[in-house]
Design a protein around this ligand. Structure first.
Ligand SMILES: NC(=O)c1ccc[n+]([C@@H]2O[C@H](COP(=O)([O-])OP(=O)(O)OC[C@H]3O[C@@H](n4cnc5c(N)ncnc54)[C@H](OP(=O)(O)O)[C@@H]3O)[C@@H](O)[C@H]2O)c1
Length: 345
């Protein structure tokens, strides 16, 4: 390499400073630094990318490796290839995958084996590929088809319903002819579920008594499906309200992301007495249906038949921690993304 080919650039990154133990993550668990680096000479198979947009997901604090500090926080996002030594990832191509919270990254071929190349439709905002047309939307679309066994006329209850997954779950269930109930943490979110997304009933789990609010929302026909995104003690109530042959689809654990521990429900006997099904779903082994998902959902999102509320924050890596903490505080509805906005090198 000649001296003139060396390009120095400024890179901002977020490091883990402390592991959150039994508490919700706070600013003391993160440390943001800005360093000057030299554009790398790429090893075969690797790429140098700009991390264009980060997806701020509640699970991120669970990815902190035990005992690790001063290592970058890793979350989902979309990257654009700036230089490449990998023919499968040419310059200017984009992909979705695990990215460190930093502006620029060099990824080896082993890391690229786990990313999803993305053909971004210029008519669709890039943030949507973090949310309803990304793994969040796919998780809901696939889990409802694979394990929920939705039947028209049934009633489904969705927790964290104004979140990214909850919004999609409610609308897809509604399209299948189910009666849809949701809960969220503010009256504004409850109104959004009913007025903008067409939920049949919704309640504020923070201010209303959960058992009476859910019993009233479910009504005399009872509950058939619980699409659980929270995994908290709401399960006790649900087990009592479920009809025979009801299903609990366990998809999210927002309460655990907050450091809350959950006691096992005391009424598990309902599983036997009502012949219930309790099934967990994780997206990671189900990506074989990704193509079908894109074909099905892209036109629905483009036409506005599937609606979404999301937040895109500008300001780059410097604002990622503050924005993530706001996600955990329930400040936003739906997917929250941060654009880096840094110049291409
Ligand atoms: N199984 C899989 O493969 C898979 C794939 C993707 C995501 N997930 C999981 O699915 C869950 C939902 O993901 P998401 O992206 O849609 O997140 P989300 O629901 O948008 O999460 C943020 C929201 O959680 C709510 N919240 C925070 N603490 C809560 C608590 N203690 N009880 C109830 N709600 C609380 C807040 O809304 P309120 O104002 O309503 O409280 C906040 O806005 C997460 O656990 C995520 O990790 C699973």
């Amino acid at each position: 390499m000649t001296a003139s080919s060396i390009i120095e650039y400024s890179n901002t990154r977020v490091l883990i400073s402390k592991i959150p133990e039994g508490v919700a993550p706070n600013k003391d668990h993160f440390h943001t630094v800005t360093v000057t680096e030299t554009k790398p000479v790429l090893e075969e198979g690797s790429v140098f990318v700009k991390n264009v947009i980060f997806s701020l997901d509640p699970y991120i604090r669970h990815e902190f490796p035990a005992g690790a500090t001063q290592t970058p926080v890793i979350g989902f996002g979309i990257a654009k290839v700036l230089s490449s030594a990998n023919p499968n990832f040419p310059v200017n191509s984009t992909f979705f995958g695990n990215l460190p919270w930093e502006t620029y990254t060099t990824l080896p071929s082993s890391a690229l084996a786990l990313v999803v190349p993305m053909d971004l439709d210029p008519e669709i905002p890039i943030s949507v590929y973090n949310g309803v047309l990304g793994t969040s939307g796919f998780t809901v679309w696939d889990s409802l088809r694979r394990v929920a066994d939705l039947k028209a006329g049934e009633t489904i209850y969705i927790s964290s319903a104004a979140g990214t997954l909850g919004q999609v779950a409610g609308q897809l269930a509604k399209r299948k002819g189910l009666r849809v109930i949701g809960s969220a943490g503010s009256d504004e979110k409850v109104a959004f579920l009913k007025n903008a997304l067409g939920f049949d009933a919704a309640f504020n789990y923070k201010t209303q008594d959960r058992r009476s609010a859910m019993t009233e929302a479910v009504g005399p026909k009872g509950l058939d499906i619980y699409y659980d995104l929270v995994f908290d003690n709401t399960l006790d109530i649900v087990l009592d309200l479920l009809n025979p042959h009801g299903r609990v689809i366990s998809v999210g654990i927002v309460a655990a992301h907050q450091g809350q521990s959950v006691a096992a429900p005391k009424n598990l006997i309902n599983i036997l007495m009502k012949q219930l099904r309790f099934e967990g779903y994780t997206v990671y082994e189900n990506f074989d249906q990704w193509g079908a998902f894109c074909e099905d959902m892209t036109p629905l999102v483009k036409s506005g038949e599937i609606k979404y509320a999301e937040t895109v924050v500008e300001g780059g890596v410097e604002v990622v921690v503050e924005t993530y903490l706001n996600v955990m505080r329930g400040v936003y509805k739906g997917k929250v993304s941060v654009l880096t906005g840094a110049a291409d090198l």
